[in-house]
Design a protein around this ligand. Structure first.
Ligand SMILES: [Zn+2]
Length: 258
C-alpha cells in the first residue's frame, strides 16, 4: 500500500501538467543543483525602490488587491483548510468547526502580513533623524511571533537590537516595527536575525548593528524530543559589532539589564 502510493507521487511530480507555468515546472523537477538558493536575500538590497523589503512572488498582488479580491483569497485558503480538517478525520459540519476555515484563513494572512508591509510607508514613516550621537543604542525584549517555514507552526520570543549611530538615529518604536515586519513572514530564526540587521544597516548606515533573538519553537517543544523550555539563540553582527570588544560590550550590557 505504501509503495504504490509513493510510486504515484513520483509519477505526478514528473508529469507535465498543461496549466503549469515554466516556473512551477522548475520547482517540481527540482534537484539539489537547480533549486532556488535558500538565501538570495543577502544579494538583494534590503529596501527596494517601491519601499518593499525582500518582496516575495505574491507581495505586489497582495499589496494591491481590492477588498473583494482579498475575500476571494480568504475563501481559497479556507477551502484548503477545510480539506485539512476533513483529512485529519474531523466533522467539518459540527458547530465548533463551522467558521474555523474562514477564521484560520484570516489568521494566516495576519501572520504573514509582513510580506506586503511597506518599509517606508508603514515602518519608518519619516522617523529617521540626524543626531550627533555615537554611543551604543540598545532596545531589548521586543516580542516577536513568527512562523517556522519548515512546519508552519509558531516560534516566538524576544529580539534585542543594538546599533552605534553614524549621525542618523531611528525612532525607538520603529525598531520593534521592523522586527514585527520580518517576523510576520514564514521564517527561520537565523534569517529573521539577519534581515533585521541588514535592513537597519541599509536604512541608517550606522557604524554597526547587532541583533540577538531568543525564541521557543513550537515544532521543537511540542513534538519529537519535547524539550519544553528550550530556547534557540541566534545573532547577526554587522560592522563594528564584528570586532570582539564591541560585541562583548553589547552582550554584557544586554545581560546586565536582566
Ligand atoms: Zn519548525
Amino acid at each position: 500500500m505504501k509503495h504504490s502510493h509513493l510510486a504515484h507521487e513520483v509519477e505526478t511530480t514528473t508529469k507535465k501538467s498543461p496549466e503549469s507555468s515554466p516556473e512551477e515546472e522548475i520547482v517540481r523537477n527540482a534537484t539539489p543543483l537547480n533549486i532556488k538558493p535558500a538565501t538570495p536575500y543577502t544579494l538583494k538590497a534590503p529596501v527596494e525602490a517601491d519601499g518593499f523589503s525582500w518582496p516575495s512572488v505574491g507581495t505586489h498582488k497582495r499589496a494591491d488587491e481590492t477588498t473583494e479580491e482579498e475575500q476571494q483569497r480568504v475563501d481559497r485558503i479556507a477551502s484548503a483548510v477545510k480539506t485539512i480538517l476533513e483529512e485529519v478525520g474531523e466533522d467539518v459540519t459540527r458547530e465548533g468547526l463551522l467558521d474555523t476555515p474562514q477564521r484560520y484563513a484570516k489568521a494566516m494572512l495576519y501572520f504573514t502580513k509582513g510580506y506586503h508591509t511597506n518599509i517606508r510607508d508603514d515602518v519608518l514613516k519619516n522617523a529617521v533623524f540626524e543626531e550627533d550621537h555615537d554611543e551604543m543604542v540598545i532596545v531589548r525584549d521586543i516580542e516577536i511571533y513568527s512562523l517556522c517555514e519548515h512546519h508552519l507552526v509558531p516560534f516566538y520570543g524576544k529580539v534585542h537590537i543594538g546599533y552605534i549611530p553614524n549621525k542618523k538615529v531611528i525612532g525607538l518604536s520603529k525598531l520593534a516595527r521592523l522586527a514585527e515586519m520580518y517576523a510576520r513572514r514564514l521564517q527561520v530564526q537565523e534569517r529573521l536575525s539577519k534581515q533585521i540587521a541588514m535592513a537597519l544597516q541599509a536604512i541608517l548606515k550606522p557604524l554597526g548593528v547587532a541583533v540577538v533573538i531568543e525564541a521557543t519553537h513550537m515544532c521543537m517543544v511540542s513534538r519529537g524530543v519535547q524539550k519544553t523550555g528550550s530556547l534557540t539563540q541566534t545573532s547577526s553582527m554587522l560592522g563594528v559589532f564584528r570586532a570582539h570588544k564591541t560585541r562583548e560590550e553589547f552582550l554584557t550590557l544586554l545581560n546586565r539589564q536582566r
